[in-house]
Design a protein around this ligand. Sequence first.
Ligand code: MG
Length: 183
Amino acid sequence: MAEPLVPIFDLDGTLLDSDEALVAPFLALGVPRERISFGHVVGEECARLGIELDDYVARYDVHAARPFAGVGTVLAAVGRWAVCSNKDPRSGRAELRRLGWTPEVALFTDAFDGPKRLEPVLAELALEPDQVLFVGDTAHDRTAARSAGVRFALAGWNPRAVADPADLVLHRPVELLRALRTG
Ligand SMILES: [Mg+2]
C-alpha cells in the first residue's frame, strides 16, 4: 500500500478559528472592520491598512484563537505534519506552543520573501510535491499549492471558505484522514 500523504496546513482559518483574534488588533488600531480581509501576508496587510506590523503583533492575543472542532484529534492521528502560514512567526509560534502542537516543520512569514510557498516546506520535510496534501481556507492557499504542484484540499469546516470547482472539499477535519490515504 502506498504511503499516506503528509498534510501541510495553513494555520489561520484552517486549524485555528482565528478570524476575531486576527481582526481585534486592526480594530484596536482604528481600522474599520470592512477594510480587513484574510489570508494575506500579515506585514503586507498591515502596510495596506496603514499600520505598523510591530504594533499589530503587540496587540495580537495569542490566547484568543481556538482550534476548529475536531482538529486536535486529527493532528494527533496524522503522524508527520507541517504548517505553512502567512502569519508573523512571533504570533504563530506562540500559538503552537500554547496548544502543544509540534509540527515537524512550521514556516511563517520570516521564511519567505513575499507570500508563503510550499517549496521550502517540502525541502525541510524531504518530500516531493506528490507526497503531500496542502489544506487551506483561502485562494492564497490554493495558489501556493498550484504553484508548487501540490494537491489542495479546502478546509470546508470554515464557513468563510469558498470552494473552487477543482477543490477537494473537506467538510470536517476527520475527512482528512481518508483523503491522505486515497490522495
Ligand atoms: Mg488561512
